[in-house]
Design a protein around this ligand. Structure first.
Ligand code: IDP
Ligand code: MG
Length: 138
């Protein structure tokens, strides 16, 4: 069993796609262990995207991610980390296969609807930024 951090990004919340995206993970058989709708702070953005803070696209990404509420989830299941990444599709929506969340609903790279941890180490680090262990242990 693995647990991963998923963010339903602000564009998906604005577009009323929360239910659709949660439904895909649930229908696959994954378990929602924790879920909350919140606005990402500037400090949390810099920590969450530590690997990207010095990249040219970061100011645009940060403005987008902190501009309106998003939904954070702890999602659990066998191979949940890689499984969720597959269900999300490639980072660039033009490369994301039909049938994936980004492939079906996104058109531009910044506003690509979802975030998912990309490794066991990332999942551990990111879950700790968004939830206490007690919140997703149930
Ligand atoms: P990932 O979300 O598929 O793991 P990352 O490379 O970790 O992709 O990038 C984090 C987020 O930053 C992406 O989901 C996307 O929103 C944004 N992003 C990545 N590359 C670019 C870019 O070249 N231009 C603008 N935004 C980008
Ligand atoms: Mg990433």
């Amino acid at each position: 069993m693995e647990t991963t951090l998923i963010l339903i990004k602000p564009d998906a919340v604005s577009r009323k796609l929360i239910g659709e995206i949660v439904s895909r993970f649930e229908s696959k058989g994954l378990t929602i262990r924790a879920m909350k709708l919140i606005r990402m702070s500037s400090e949390l953005a810099d920590k969450h995207y530590a690997e990207h803070v010095s990249k040219p696209f970061y100011p645009e990404l940060k403005a987008f991610m902190t501009g309106s509420p998003l939904v954070a989830l702890a999602v659990a299941g066998p191979d949940a980390i890689s499984l969720c990444r597959k269900m999300m599709g490639a980072t660039k929506p033009a490369d994301a296969a039909p049938g994936t969340i980004r492939g079906d609903y996104a058109t531009v790279v910044t506003e690509n609807l979802v975030h998912g941890s990309d490794s066991a180490d990332s999942a551990k680090r990111e879950l700790a930024l968004w939830f206490t262990e007690a919140e997703y242990a149930c």
